[in-house]
Design a protein. Structure first.
Length: 454
Protein backbone atom coordinates (compact mmCIF):
# COMPACT_ATOMS: atom_id res chain seq x y z
CA UNK A 1 0.00 0.00 0.00
CA UNK A 2 2.86 2.35 0.91
CA UNK A 3 4.64 1.46 -2.37
CA UNK A 4 1.44 2.22 -4.37
CA UNK A 5 1.16 5.65 -2.73
CA UNK A 6 4.82 6.38 -3.52
CA UNK A 7 4.36 5.41 -7.18
CA UNK A 8 1.22 7.52 -7.47
CA UNK A 9 2.99 10.49 -5.88
CA UNK A 10 5.99 10.12 -8.21
CA UNK A 11 3.75 9.93 -11.27
CA UNK A 12 1.95 13.12 -10.16
CA UNK A 13 5.27 14.95 -9.72
CA UNK A 14 6.42 13.81 -13.18
CA UNK A 15 3.14 15.03 -14.70
CA UNK A 16 3.67 18.46 -13.17
CA UNK A 17 7.22 18.55 -14.56
CA UNK A 18 6.03 18.01 -18.19
CA UNK A 19 4.67 21.19 -19.78
CA UNK A 20 1.09 20.94 -21.02
CA UNK A 21 2.18 22.28 -24.40
CA UNK A 22 5.66 22.48 -25.90
CA UNK A 23 5.96 25.44 -28.26
CA UNK A 24 7.60 24.71 -31.63
CA UNK A 25 11.30 25.56 -31.79
CA UNK A 26 10.80 27.60 -34.98
CA UNK A 27 8.00 30.16 -35.01
CA UNK A 28 6.92 32.61 -37.69
CA UNK A 29 5.24 35.67 -36.22
CA UNK A 30 3.17 37.87 -38.56
CA UNK A 31 2.19 41.35 -37.35
CA UNK A 32 -0.84 43.40 -38.42
CA UNK A 33 -1.85 46.91 -37.38
CA UNK A 34 -4.76 49.24 -38.01
CA UNK A 35 -8.00 50.63 -36.60
CA UNK A 36 -11.05 48.52 -35.79
CA UNK A 37 -14.63 49.56 -35.00
CA UNK A 38 -16.19 47.38 -32.31
CA UNK A 39 -19.96 47.41 -31.83
CA UNK A 40 -20.28 50.90 -33.26
CA UNK A 41 -17.78 52.45 -30.84
CA UNK A 42 -14.96 54.78 -31.89
CA UNK A 43 -12.18 53.19 -33.92
CA UNK A 44 -9.46 51.68 -31.74
CA UNK A 45 -5.85 51.27 -32.78
CA UNK A 46 -5.11 47.54 -32.78
CA UNK A 47 -1.99 45.42 -33.18
CA UNK A 48 -2.33 41.70 -33.85
CA UNK A 49 0.47 39.10 -33.90
CA UNK A 50 -0.30 35.66 -35.32
CA UNK A 51 2.21 32.92 -34.55
CA UNK A 52 2.63 29.80 -36.70
CA UNK A 53 4.77 26.69 -36.47
CA UNK A 54 7.34 27.69 -39.11
CA UNK A 55 7.96 24.07 -40.12
CA UNK A 56 4.38 22.81 -40.52
CA UNK A 57 2.53 26.11 -40.98
CA UNK A 58 0.05 25.18 -38.23
CA UNK A 59 -1.44 28.07 -36.19
CA UNK A 60 0.00 28.29 -32.67
CA UNK A 61 -1.26 31.38 -30.83
CA UNK A 62 -2.16 35.06 -31.16
CA UNK A 63 -1.63 38.22 -29.16
CA UNK A 64 -3.91 41.21 -29.72
CA UNK A 65 -3.19 44.65 -28.25
CA UNK A 66 -5.91 47.31 -28.26
CA UNK A 67 -4.72 50.83 -27.46
CA UNK A 68 -7.47 52.55 -25.48
CA UNK A 69 -5.99 56.06 -25.28
CA UNK A 70 -4.06 57.90 -22.60
CA UNK A 71 -1.32 55.28 -22.89
CA UNK A 72 -3.78 52.58 -21.86
CA UNK A 73 -3.95 49.20 -23.56
CA UNK A 74 -5.81 45.93 -23.35
CA UNK A 75 -4.24 42.62 -24.31
CA UNK A 76 -6.00 39.46 -25.42
CA UNK A 77 -4.35 36.15 -26.27
CA UNK A 78 -5.38 32.68 -27.25
CA UNK A 79 -5.42 30.33 -30.19
CA UNK A 80 -6.66 30.77 -33.73
CA UNK A 81 -7.70 28.70 -36.71
CA UNK A 82 -7.48 29.33 -40.45
CA UNK A 83 -9.97 27.89 -42.93
CA UNK A 84 -9.56 28.19 -46.69
CA UNK A 85 -12.72 29.32 -48.48
CA UNK A 86 -12.03 28.47 -52.11
CA UNK A 87 -15.43 29.64 -53.30
CA UNK A 88 -14.73 33.13 -51.92
CA UNK A 89 -11.03 33.00 -52.79
CA UNK A 90 -10.12 33.87 -49.21
CA UNK A 91 -8.83 32.59 -45.86
CA UNK A 92 -11.08 32.88 -42.82
CA UNK A 93 -9.43 33.45 -39.43
CA UNK A 94 -11.12 32.71 -36.10
CA UNK A 95 -9.47 34.03 -32.92
CA UNK A 96 -10.43 32.21 -29.71
CA UNK A 97 -9.46 34.08 -26.55
CA UNK A 98 -8.19 32.27 -23.45
CA UNK A 99 -10.38 34.40 -21.22
CA UNK A 100 -14.13 34.78 -21.55
CA UNK A 101 -15.28 36.81 -24.52
CA UNK A 102 -16.61 36.39 -28.00
CA UNK A 103 -14.56 34.97 -30.85
CA UNK A 104 -13.17 37.38 -33.43
CA UNK A 105 -13.38 36.77 -37.16
CA UNK A 106 -11.18 38.09 -39.94
CA UNK A 107 -10.91 37.48 -43.67
CA UNK A 108 -7.87 37.69 -45.93
CA UNK A 109 -8.26 37.47 -49.69
CA UNK A 110 -6.02 35.06 -51.60
CA UNK A 111 -4.29 37.97 -53.34
CA UNK A 112 -4.14 40.31 -50.37
CA UNK A 113 -2.09 40.58 -47.21
CA UNK A 114 -4.45 42.54 -44.93
CA UNK A 115 -7.05 41.19 -42.51
CA UNK A 116 -10.65 42.48 -42.74
CA UNK A 117 -12.81 42.38 -39.60
CA UNK A 118 -15.90 40.18 -40.06
CA UNK A 119 -17.63 40.31 -36.65
CA UNK A 120 -21.25 41.51 -36.60
CA UNK A 121 -21.18 45.22 -35.81
CA UNK A 122 -17.40 45.41 -36.27
CA UNK A 123 -15.44 46.90 -39.14
CA UNK A 124 -11.97 47.94 -40.21
CA UNK A 125 -8.81 46.51 -41.68
CA UNK A 126 -5.50 45.45 -40.19
CA UNK A 127 -2.56 45.89 -42.56
CA UNK A 128 0.42 43.54 -42.63
CA UNK A 129 3.32 45.51 -41.11
CA UNK A 130 6.04 42.92 -40.61
CA UNK A 131 7.01 39.33 -39.88
CA UNK A 132 9.80 37.46 -38.12
CA UNK A 133 11.28 33.98 -38.00
CA UNK A 134 12.05 33.04 -34.39
CA UNK A 135 14.19 30.24 -32.98
CA UNK A 136 13.54 29.51 -29.31
CA UNK A 137 11.89 32.93 -29.08
CA UNK A 138 14.86 34.81 -30.59
CA UNK A 139 14.61 36.57 -33.94
CA UNK A 140 16.84 35.06 -36.62
CA UNK A 141 15.20 36.60 -39.69
CA UNK A 142 13.00 39.66 -40.31
CA UNK A 143 10.98 39.67 -43.52
CA UNK A 144 11.53 40.64 -46.22
CA UNK A 145 15.08 39.39 -45.60
CA UNK A 146 17.75 40.04 -48.25
CA UNK A 147 21.28 38.61 -48.36
CA UNK A 148 24.16 38.94 -50.81
CA UNK A 149 27.72 37.71 -51.30
CA UNK A 150 30.22 36.53 -53.90
CA UNK A 151 30.52 32.77 -54.24
CA UNK A 152 32.94 30.72 -56.39
CA UNK A 153 32.23 30.11 -60.09
CA UNK A 154 33.37 27.19 -62.23
CA UNK A 155 35.24 29.78 -64.32
CA UNK A 156 35.74 33.50 -63.87
CA UNK A 157 36.14 35.67 -60.77
CA UNK A 158 32.92 34.49 -59.15
CA UNK A 159 29.15 34.92 -58.92
CA UNK A 160 27.43 37.75 -57.05
CA UNK A 161 24.49 35.95 -55.46
CA UNK A 162 21.53 37.90 -54.03
CA UNK A 163 18.42 36.37 -52.47
CA UNK A 164 15.27 37.77 -50.85
CA UNK A 165 13.01 35.72 -48.55
CA UNK A 166 9.45 36.91 -47.94
CA UNK A 167 6.97 36.10 -45.19
CA UNK A 168 4.61 34.35 -47.66
CA UNK A 169 7.36 31.73 -48.16
CA UNK A 170 8.32 32.97 -51.61
CA UNK A 171 11.87 33.85 -52.63
CA UNK A 172 13.68 35.46 -55.52
CA UNK A 173 17.34 34.85 -56.30
CA UNK A 174 19.66 36.76 -58.65
CA UNK A 175 23.04 35.53 -59.88
CA UNK A 176 25.42 37.91 -61.65
CA UNK A 177 28.45 36.32 -63.34
CA UNK A 178 31.31 38.72 -62.64
CA UNK A 179 33.45 39.57 -65.65
CA UNK A 180 30.82 38.59 -68.22
CA UNK A 181 29.24 41.21 -70.56
CA UNK A 182 26.56 43.31 -68.89
CA UNK A 183 23.05 42.62 -70.06
CA UNK A 184 23.64 38.91 -70.49
CA UNK A 185 25.33 38.00 -67.19
CA UNK A 186 22.43 38.24 -64.71
CA UNK A 187 19.90 35.47 -64.13
CA UNK A 188 16.83 35.43 -61.89
CA UNK A 189 14.93 32.57 -60.30
CA UNK A 190 11.91 32.38 -58.01
CA UNK A 191 10.05 29.77 -56.02
CA UNK A 192 8.93 28.79 -52.56
CA UNK A 193 11.02 28.20 -49.44
CA UNK A 194 10.46 26.04 -46.37
CA UNK A 195 12.37 25.64 -43.12
CA UNK A 196 13.26 22.70 -40.89
CA UNK A 197 15.68 21.91 -38.07
CA UNK A 198 18.73 19.88 -39.19
CA UNK A 199 21.74 19.31 -36.92
CA UNK A 200 20.19 21.77 -34.44
CA UNK A 201 20.25 24.54 -37.06
CA UNK A 202 17.45 26.07 -39.14
CA UNK A 203 17.77 24.77 -42.72
CA UNK A 204 16.09 26.69 -45.54
CA UNK A 205 15.08 24.68 -48.62
CA UNK A 206 14.54 26.67 -51.81
CA UNK A 207 12.45 24.91 -54.47
CA UNK A 208 13.40 26.01 -58.00
CA UNK A 209 12.88 24.68 -61.49
CA UNK A 210 16.62 23.92 -61.62
CA UNK A 211 16.65 21.82 -58.44
CA UNK A 212 16.62 22.51 -54.72
CA UNK A 213 19.06 24.79 -52.90
CA UNK A 214 19.84 24.79 -49.19
CA UNK A 215 20.98 27.43 -46.69
CA UNK A 216 21.56 27.36 -42.97
CA UNK A 217 20.57 30.51 -41.06
CA UNK A 218 23.22 32.22 -38.98
CA UNK A 219 23.62 35.56 -37.25
CA UNK A 220 22.73 38.06 -39.99
CA UNK A 221 23.84 35.59 -42.66
CA UNK A 222 22.89 32.46 -44.58
CA UNK A 223 25.35 29.82 -45.78
CA UNK A 224 25.00 27.47 -48.75
CA UNK A 225 25.03 23.82 -47.64
CA UNK A 226 23.92 20.41 -48.89
CA UNK A 227 20.55 18.78 -48.13
CA UNK A 228 21.89 17.42 -44.83
CA UNK A 229 23.02 20.85 -43.68
CA UNK A 230 26.72 20.19 -44.26
CA UNK A 231 28.89 23.06 -45.50
CA UNK A 232 31.34 22.59 -48.36
CA UNK A 233 34.80 21.35 -47.29
CA UNK A 234 36.52 24.37 -48.79
CA UNK A 235 38.17 27.60 -47.73
CA UNK A 236 36.17 29.44 -50.41
CA UNK A 237 33.24 31.64 -49.38
CA UNK A 238 29.68 30.28 -49.52
CA UNK A 239 28.13 32.72 -47.03
CA UNK A 240 25.76 35.56 -47.90
CA UNK A 241 25.46 38.43 -45.43
CA UNK A 242 22.43 40.55 -44.53
CA UNK A 243 21.85 43.30 -47.08
CA UNK A 244 20.07 46.51 -46.14
CA UNK A 245 17.02 46.92 -48.38
CA UNK A 246 17.56 45.28 -51.73
CA UNK A 247 14.18 43.51 -51.94
CA UNK A 248 14.54 41.68 -55.28
CA UNK A 249 10.75 41.52 -55.71
CA UNK A 250 10.76 45.29 -56.16
CA UNK A 251 13.10 45.00 -59.17
CA UNK A 252 11.60 44.12 -62.55
CA UNK A 253 12.16 40.48 -63.51
CA UNK A 254 10.74 37.99 -65.98
CA UNK A 255 7.69 36.12 -64.64
CA UNK A 256 5.80 33.27 -66.27
CA UNK A 257 2.26 32.34 -65.35
CA UNK A 258 -1.36 32.96 -66.28
CA UNK A 259 -3.30 36.17 -66.86
CA UNK A 260 -7.02 36.87 -66.53
CA UNK A 261 -9.23 39.95 -66.56
CA UNK A 262 -12.84 40.91 -65.94
CA UNK A 263 -14.53 44.25 -65.42
CA UNK A 264 -13.94 43.87 -61.68
CA UNK A 265 -10.29 42.79 -61.52
CA UNK A 266 -7.14 41.88 -63.43
CA UNK A 267 -5.06 38.97 -62.09
CA UNK A 268 -1.66 37.38 -62.76
CA UNK A 269 -0.88 33.93 -61.32
CA UNK A 270 2.87 33.35 -60.98
CA UNK A 271 3.86 29.76 -61.82
CA UNK A 272 7.17 29.77 -59.90
CA UNK A 273 5.79 30.91 -56.54
CA UNK A 274 2.14 29.89 -56.81
CA UNK A 275 1.09 33.41 -55.80
CA UNK A 276 -1.73 35.36 -57.43
CA UNK A 277 -1.45 39.14 -57.73
CA UNK A 278 -3.83 41.88 -58.67
CA UNK A 279 -2.31 43.78 -61.61
CA UNK A 280 -1.54 47.40 -60.75
CA UNK A 281 -2.48 50.38 -62.86
CA UNK A 282 0.36 51.83 -64.90
CA UNK A 283 3.26 50.35 -66.82
CA UNK A 284 2.15 48.09 -69.67
CA UNK A 285 -1.19 47.36 -68.01
CA UNK A 286 -3.30 49.06 -70.68
CA UNK A 287 -1.55 47.22 -73.54
CA UNK A 288 -1.97 43.93 -71.72
CA UNK A 289 -5.70 44.50 -71.22
CA UNK A 290 -6.02 45.40 -74.90
CA UNK A 291 -4.07 42.31 -76.00
CA UNK A 292 -6.31 40.09 -73.84
CA UNK A 293 -9.46 41.63 -75.33
CA UNK A 294 -8.07 41.17 -78.85
CA UNK A 295 -7.82 37.39 -78.32
CA UNK A 296 -11.60 37.18 -78.00
CA UNK A 297 -11.20 35.14 -74.82
CA UNK A 298 -14.16 34.88 -72.45
CA UNK A 299 -13.58 37.38 -69.60
CA UNK A 300 -12.21 35.63 -66.53
CA UNK A 301 -10.50 32.81 -68.45
CA UNK A 302 -6.79 32.45 -67.75
CA UNK A 303 -4.29 32.59 -70.61
CA UNK A 304 -0.60 31.61 -70.44
CA UNK A 305 1.50 34.76 -70.10
CA UNK A 306 5.05 36.05 -69.65
CA UNK A 307 5.66 39.52 -68.26
CA UNK A 308 8.49 41.61 -66.94
CA UNK A 309 7.22 43.02 -63.67
CA UNK A 310 7.84 44.04 -60.08
CA UNK A 311 5.80 44.23 -56.88
CA UNK A 312 4.46 47.61 -55.79
CA UNK A 313 1.94 48.86 -53.24
CA UNK A 314 -1.20 50.56 -54.56
CA UNK A 315 -4.63 51.24 -53.12
CA UNK A 316 -7.19 48.59 -53.98
CA UNK A 317 -10.85 49.02 -54.85
CA UNK A 318 -11.69 49.36 -51.14
CA UNK A 319 -9.17 52.17 -50.67
CA UNK A 320 -6.72 50.09 -48.64
CA UNK A 321 -3.08 49.61 -49.76
CA UNK A 322 -2.29 46.17 -51.15
CA UNK A 323 0.75 44.63 -52.80
CA UNK A 324 0.22 44.28 -56.56
CA UNK A 325 2.14 43.34 -59.69
CA UNK A 326 3.24 46.23 -61.91
CA UNK A 327 3.66 44.89 -65.44
CA UNK A 328 6.48 46.87 -66.99
CA UNK A 329 6.44 44.90 -70.23
CA UNK A 330 4.11 42.33 -71.73
CA UNK A 331 6.40 39.66 -73.21
CA UNK A 332 3.90 37.05 -74.39
CA UNK A 333 0.18 36.33 -74.02
CA UNK A 334 -1.42 33.05 -75.04
CA UNK A 335 0.11 29.60 -75.42
CA UNK A 336 1.55 30.28 -78.89
CA UNK A 337 3.43 33.45 -77.89
CA UNK A 338 4.71 31.86 -74.67
CA UNK A 339 6.00 28.76 -76.48
CA UNK A 340 7.70 30.95 -79.11
CA UNK A 341 9.66 32.87 -76.45
CA UNK A 342 10.46 29.87 -74.26
CA UNK A 343 11.69 27.58 -77.03
CA UNK A 344 15.30 26.82 -77.95
CA UNK A 345 14.70 26.54 -81.68
CA UNK A 346 16.99 24.41 -83.86
CA UNK A 347 16.74 24.93 -87.63
CA UNK A 348 15.20 21.92 -89.41
CA UNK A 349 14.86 23.49 -92.84
CA UNK A 350 14.96 26.84 -94.64
CA UNK A 351 13.23 27.09 -97.98
CA UNK A 352 13.83 23.77 -99.74
CA UNK A 353 17.05 22.97 -97.89
CA UNK A 354 17.23 20.40 -95.08
CA UNK A 355 19.53 21.56 -92.27
CA UNK A 356 20.89 18.10 -91.43
CA UNK A 357 22.08 17.65 -95.02
CA UNK A 358 23.62 21.10 -95.32
CA UNK A 359 25.74 21.54 -92.17
CA UNK A 360 29.50 21.25 -92.45
CA UNK A 361 30.89 18.43 -90.36
CA UNK A 362 31.94 19.58 -86.89
CA UNK A 363 29.94 22.83 -87.00
CA UNK A 364 27.28 23.89 -84.51
CA UNK A 365 23.67 23.23 -85.47
CA UNK A 366 21.91 26.44 -86.64
CA UNK A 367 19.38 27.88 -84.17
CA UNK A 368 17.17 30.86 -83.24
CA UNK A 369 16.32 32.18 -79.77
CA UNK A 370 13.66 34.81 -79.04
CA UNK A 371 14.58 36.86 -75.96
CA UNK A 372 11.89 38.34 -73.67
CA UNK A 373 13.21 41.87 -74.38
CA UNK A 374 12.01 41.79 -78.00
CA UNK A 375 15.37 40.77 -79.49
CA UNK A 376 16.31 37.54 -81.20
CA UNK A 377 19.70 35.99 -81.89
CA UNK A 378 21.01 32.83 -83.48
CA UNK A 379 23.49 30.98 -85.64
CA UNK A 380 22.79 30.55 -89.35
CA UNK A 381 25.34 27.83 -90.12
CA UNK A 382 28.38 30.05 -90.64
CA UNK A 383 27.62 33.45 -89.07
CA UNK A 384 25.96 34.76 -85.92
CA UNK A 385 22.74 36.70 -86.52
CA UNK A 386 20.60 39.04 -84.39
CA UNK A 387 17.71 41.45 -84.70
CA UNK A 388 14.39 42.50 -83.19
CA UNK A 389 10.96 40.91 -83.40
CA UNK A 390 7.34 41.91 -82.88
CA UNK A 391 4.80 39.24 -81.97
CA UNK A 392 1.04 39.76 -81.64
CA UNK A 393 -1.16 36.70 -81.50
CA UNK A 394 -0.17 34.62 -84.52
CA UNK A 395 1.58 37.50 -86.29
CA UNK A 396 5.37 37.68 -86.23
CA UNK A 397 7.77 40.09 -87.88
CA UNK A 398 11.59 40.07 -87.72
CA UNK A 399 13.38 43.40 -88.27
CA UNK A 400 16.89 44.86 -88.29
CA UNK A 401 18.59 41.56 -89.01
CA UNK A 402 22.37 41.77 -88.60
CA UNK A 403 25.01 39.16 -89.37
CA UNK A 404 28.72 38.64 -88.91
CA UNK A 405 30.71 38.40 -92.17
CA UNK A 406 32.57 35.10 -92.03
CA UNK A 407 32.91 33.00 -95.20
CA UNK A 408 32.39 29.25 -95.23
CA UNK A 409 32.71 26.64 -97.98
CA UNK A 410 28.98 25.87 -98.07
CA UNK A 411 26.62 28.77 -97.25
CA UNK A 412 23.50 27.58 -99.05
CA UNK A 413 21.53 26.91 -95.83
CA UNK A 414 22.56 30.25 -94.33
CA UNK A 415 21.65 32.13 -97.50
CA UNK A 416 18.24 30.45 -97.57
CA UNK A 417 17.63 31.30 -93.91
CA UNK A 418 18.68 34.95 -94.27
CA UNK A 419 16.42 35.23 -97.29
CA UNK A 420 13.47 33.72 -95.40
CA UNK A 421 13.61 35.58 -92.07
CA UNK A 422 12.78 39.12 -93.36
CA UNK A 423 9.72 37.68 -95.14
CA UNK A 424 8.19 36.08 -92.01
CA UNK A 425 4.71 37.43 -91.20
CA UNK A 426 3.17 34.66 -89.08
CA UNK A 427 4.08 31.53 -87.13
CA UNK A 428 2.59 28.45 -85.55
CA UNK A 429 3.84 26.16 -82.75
CA UNK A 430 2.64 22.58 -82.48
CA UNK A 431 4.20 19.79 -80.39
CA UNK A 432 7.60 21.44 -80.25
CA UNK A 433 7.72 22.39 -83.94
CA UNK A 434 7.82 26.06 -85.00
CA UNK A 435 6.61 26.93 -88.49
CA UNK A 436 7.53 30.35 -89.89
CA UNK A 437 5.25 31.55 -92.71
CA UNK A 438 5.23 34.35 -95.23
CA UNK A 439 2.47 36.76 -96.16
CA UNK A 440 1.04 34.20 -98.60
CA UNK A 441 0.85 31.53 -95.86
CA UNK A 442 3.60 29.38 -97.37
CA UNK A 443 6.17 27.81 -95.07
CA UNK A 444 9.53 29.62 -95.07
CA UNK A 445 11.33 27.66 -92.33
CA UNK A 446 10.81 24.85 -89.85
CA UNK A 447 12.43 24.70 -86.41
CA UNK A 448 12.20 22.30 -83.49
CA UNK A 449 12.53 22.69 -79.72
CA UNK A 450 14.26 19.47 -78.70
CA UNK A 451 13.54 20.09 -75.02
CA UNK A 452 9.79 20.30 -75.72
CA UNK A 453 9.96 17.19 -77.90
CA UNK A 454 11.34 15.19 -74.97
Amino acid sequence: MRMRRLLTSAAFIMLLAVPAYAAPQLIQANRYEGYLLRNGSAAERTALVLKYDAVTGAPVSYLETVYTGAAGETKRSGTFTVKEDRAAGASRFTLKAKTRGHDEYFLRTSMGTSLRARNTGDGGTLLATGAQLLKDGKEIMRFPASYSGTIPAASGPGILMEVTFRADHTFRIAETYIGEPEGSNKFYGSGRWSVSMVNKKPLLTLKTGDGDRYFTVGDKSVTMVDSRGHAAESKLNYTLTKAAGGDLFKAAALMEGEYSQTEERVVFRDTATGRSYLVAKGGDNADMERAYSDTGTTPGKYLPAMVKGSLVVQHGADGHPEEMLLVERLVALGSQEVELVKGDWKIVSAGELNAAENIEEGRERPFLKFDPDGRFYGYAGCNRIAGSYIVSGMKLKLDGILSTKMACSDMRLEDALLEALPRVRSYFVDKGVLTLKGADGNTLALLTDENAAR
